[in-house]
Design a protein around this ligand. Structure first.
Ligand code: 3PG
Length: 210
């Protein structure tokens, strides 16, 4: 199974901003125990590469990617740490080309027809749609799927247990991303059981649809 197939099967990507890097493995295990064995570790927090490395080395069943990758240097650092896929909020051609050149899946954020076409030009047909809710959510994705029927989206931004189903039931959606099960206060307070519970709840919603 390649990374895109894995992401599709899991259906939900936790978007992580972990300040306490020593909690990486506990958090990764909480996700796996919650039935969501994938993590997008964002470069919004210092030490993201260390978190990726610890998770990738110590939890082989977890597919670890990097998020909020804005520069080639960050992409290089993430790949060096063991990231299996790279996500960015916007479309930066240099970063996309670099990651594809290293042979990894790259999932850039594309909000407009022009950005989607730039992605298509580089051979991408899985794109992030960010920030999803603030930009029309499923309504916008459906409209854009008219001309770009072959594209699958990973909407992120404003998704939670209440609107998750609206996205997952569309065949235009590969998976959704979000931070609702890994909220900063949960991570700060080391409430990993609650992370697992929120993951299990999300998986149950997914399984009712897919
Ligand atoms: C991201 O980086 O993809 C988003 O910040 C996640 O959005 P959310 O916090 O609204 O889930």
């Amino acid at each position: 199974m390649n990374i895109y197939e894995k992401i599709k099967e899991i259906g939900i990507i936790p978007v992580i901003k972990l300040e306490n890097t020593e909690d990486a493995v506990a958090l990764g295990r909480a996700l796996v125990n919650g039935g969501i064995p994938v993590a997008e570790v964002t470069f919004r927090a210092e030490g993201a590469a260390g978190v990726i490395k610890a998770m990738a080395e110590q939890i082989p069943e977890l597919t670890v990617g990097a998020g909020t990758v804005l520069t080639i240097e960050q992409a290089e650092e993430a790949i060096g740490a063991g990231a299996k896929f790279i996500v960015s909020p916007g479309f930066n051609r240099k970063v996309v080309e670099y990651v594809l050149g290293r042979g990894l899946p790259m999932i850039p954020g594309c909000m407009t027809p022009s950005e989607i076409e730039q992605g298509l030009e580089l051979g991408l047909d899985v794109l992030k749609f960010f920030p999803a809710e603030a930009n029309g959510g499923m309504k916008m994705i459906k409209a854009m799927s008219g001309p770009y029927g072959g594209v699958k989206f990973i909407p992120t931004g404003g998704i939670n247990q209440d609107n998750l189903a609206d996205y997952l039931k569309s065949d235009k959606i590969l998976a959704v991303g979000g931070s609702w099960m890994v909220k900063p206060d949960l991570l700060r307070n080391r409430q990993f059981d609650e992370v697992t519970r929120l993951c299990l709840e999300a998986v149950e919603i997914k399984e009712q649809i897919r």
